[in-house]
Design a binder for this molecule. Structure first.
Ligand code: URA
Length: 276
């Protein structure tokens, strides 16, 4: 048995969170009955799941793609304002894939796309602390004091950002080129961090995420991830996911690790420690 939103995500309909929205909107049925509440479990072998009236089968081959997103594309599958979406850049992939997390319209760089709902969940869930590196071209010079402030955390939307790695890596026509590695994924976080210290970001590019490197992939182009890159992403699970304990499998020493990790991330995220 598997949760309905996970079934939809695994079948490539949408990410797990987006699938929850589709369920709440009444677009999903199980054995002919519309389901709107969360928590419904389905049996992959017997139950018939439909999305917008079409049967959803869970046999799709998993695809993992890295795109070098240019500025001027929105990171969604469709846009009600008719702006170009990143999906137009990967139109030659036949399976239904979707972006993992977001890059702003005016940000370029590494964007993952997949139909693997589990992987999307692991990469986007805040408790997994996934590292993301950006190169920001910002206005003016940056003092060592400012770098230290950014490293220690600055206030963004009323909440201090968690510690970041920050290095000046060059100079540009606008001012300074800074490499910044963060572990959170708050809305327009990098731009807002620089705003908090009085700098405007003129150009922003993501160069690394979850151990993957953009490398020399040309702007607007995509490539499939290699086996070793996919295997590396799958290991994110071990480093802090509660997936195994949720499924009730033996966990032993790693369970202790998970408990310690979730205590730490709850502390960091200032949450009550409630599990999903
Ligand atoms: N931070 C931003 O400000 N924008 C992005 O697209 C990603 C991180």
């Amino acid at each position: 048995m598997v949760r309905l939103q996970k079934y939809l995500a695994d079948a490539g309909v949408a990410s797990r969170r987006a699938s929850e929205k589709l369920i709440a909107e009444g677009r999903v049925s199980v054995n002919g009955e519309t389901v709107r509440e969360m928590g419904v479990q389905v049996d992959e072998n017997y139950d018939i799941v439909e999305f917008d009236g079409e049967v959803v089968r869970n046999t799709t081959k998993k695809e993992y793609i890295m795109l070098n997103k240019p500025v001027g594309f929105i990171t969604t599958v469709s846009d009600d304002k008719d702006r170009p979406t990143v999906m137009e850049l990967v139109s030659d992939i036949s399976t239904r894939i979707y972006p993992v997390g977001r890059l702003d319209y005016d940000t370029e760089g590494l964007l993952l796309l997949t139909n693997d709902g589990d992987l999307t969940y692991r990469i986007t869930h805040p408790k997994h602390d996934i590292e993301k590196t950006y190169v920001a071209e910002v206005t003016g010079d940056i003092s060592m004091d400012t770098i230290t402030q950014l490293r220690r955390g600055v206030e963004v939307d009323g909440v201090k950002t968690s510690p970041a790695q920050v290095e000046v890596v060059g100079a540009t026509q606008y001012g300074t080129k800074v490499e910044i590695t963060i572990h959170e994924g708050r809305n327009r976080q990098v731009r807002k961090m620089f705003e908090a210290v009085g700098c405007i970001v003129k150009k922003l590019r993501r160069t690394r995420e979850a151990g993957l490197n953009l490398g020399h992939l040309p702007l607007g182009k995509w490539r499939k991830l290699s086996e070793s890159e996919i295997n590396m992403l799958k290991k994110i699970d071990i480093e802090g996911s509660n997936k195994k304990s949720r499924k009730g499998r033996a966990f032993d020493g790693t369970k202790k690790q998970f408990k310690a990790h979730s205590r730490n991330s709850n502390r960091k995220n200032n949450t009550t420690g409630r599990k999903r």
